[in-house]
Design a protein around this ligand. Structure first.
Ligand code: GLN
Length: 304
């Protein structure tokens, strides 16, 4: 049996005092004020055991990690018709780029670039009477933790600075790929990004992707095929224009956010969440990438 606790302790010890830890996101004050020294790791194994070190129990802004969960909520509702409105190809572009969206007639390359996640948010707004509450309850359910909530200051700041996201939503609308009002859809999008979770809560919420669609409480949220598809999109698109590098270095499906969180998983084995708020130039956690590379190297566990 692999000694996961020993391995993550070793990685934490080696990286925790690293001088080069990237830059925390600076586009809103709530993120730019976060201490870059935070560094937490949490592993949830399929056998039920957990392993953790550092600031694994401090809530942080999940940001784009929420895009995997909104896709998971929308997929069983819309099934295959989802792919008529959002494609599943890596974009090779930063998460907020719009050029391809115009060239490709308003069909976002994948559900994890901002435009794609906004199209998914639109589907949730069409389906639910209170989409923000429905999404929050879904996340609470998955993590089995009712304390998870939005950070309303973050949501407000996202809105005040979200010109690119307004542009993306308007472009989608102009191509008839947005059913609802731009404001209403972005209200959900900004709130989903603002949710705060700990490493442990994220490892628990993503458990279903490693468990063929069944969450920690053994409820079947996704079919096996739906879980497989979302894992495939996490592998090819979870890290924007660094998805190739992440597959190359780490070899796991995963999703990052500009709050500095990365969740990755190996089906049938474990989920792992790392939080280190300093980002590299692609917007992914710098230490998070390094720690995961070491983790899959030391455990010899990856999809490859
Ligand atoms: N809220 C951020 C945005 O929409 C999320 C980006 C991210 O985490 N990559 O720009």
């Amino acid at each position: 049996m692999i000694d996961f606790q020993n391995i993550i302790e070793g990685i934490h010890k080696e990286l925790k005092d690293e001088m080069n830890r990237g830059l925390v996101a600076s586009y809103i004050p709530e993120l730019s004020n976060i201490d870059a020294q935070n560094f937490g790791i949490h592993v949830k194994h399929m056998n039920g055991k957990s392993y953790a070190i550092g600031q694994w129990n401090v809530p942080f802004s999940i940001q784009s990690i929420s895009k995997a969960l909104s896709l998971a909520l929308a997929l069983p509702i819309y099934k295959e018709s989802i792919w008529e409105r959002v494609d599943v190809e890596p974009s090779g572009n930063p998460f907020n780029h719009l050029t391809l969206l115009e060239l490709e007639n308003g069909i976002p390359r994948n559900p994890f670039i901002n435009a794609g996640a906004i199209a998914i948010a639109d589907m949730l707004v069409s389906h639910f009477d209170n989409p923000k509450q429905a999404f929050l309850e879904y996340v609470r359910d998955l993590a089995n933790d009712q304390s998870i909530t939005f950070n309303y200051d973050v949501a407000r700041s996202e809105r005040q600075t979200g010109f690119g996201n307004f542009a993306a939503a308007n472009l989608l609308k102009s191509f008839h790929n947005l059913e609802n009002d731009v404001d209403e859809v972005l209200d959900l999008y900004f709130h989903q990004c603002s949710i705060e979770m700990t490493c442990e809560q994220l490892s628990n919420a993503f458990f279903m992707f490693a468990n063929h669609g069944k969450c920690l409480q053994q409820k079947q949220h996704l079919t096996q095929s739906q879980a497989k598809r979302i894992n495939a999109i996490m592998l090819t698109c979870g890290f924007y224009d660094e998805a190739g590098e992440f597959a190359f270095e780490v070899g796991l499906p995963g999703k990052s956010g500009v709050g500095g969180g990365i969740i990755a998983l190996l089906p049938n084995h474990f989920t792992i969440t790392i939080w280190s708020p300093g980002l590299n130039e692609k917007g992914n956690s710098l230490l998070g990438m390094k720690a995961l590379e070491q983790f899959t190297t030391k455990t010899k566990l990856s999809i490859f």
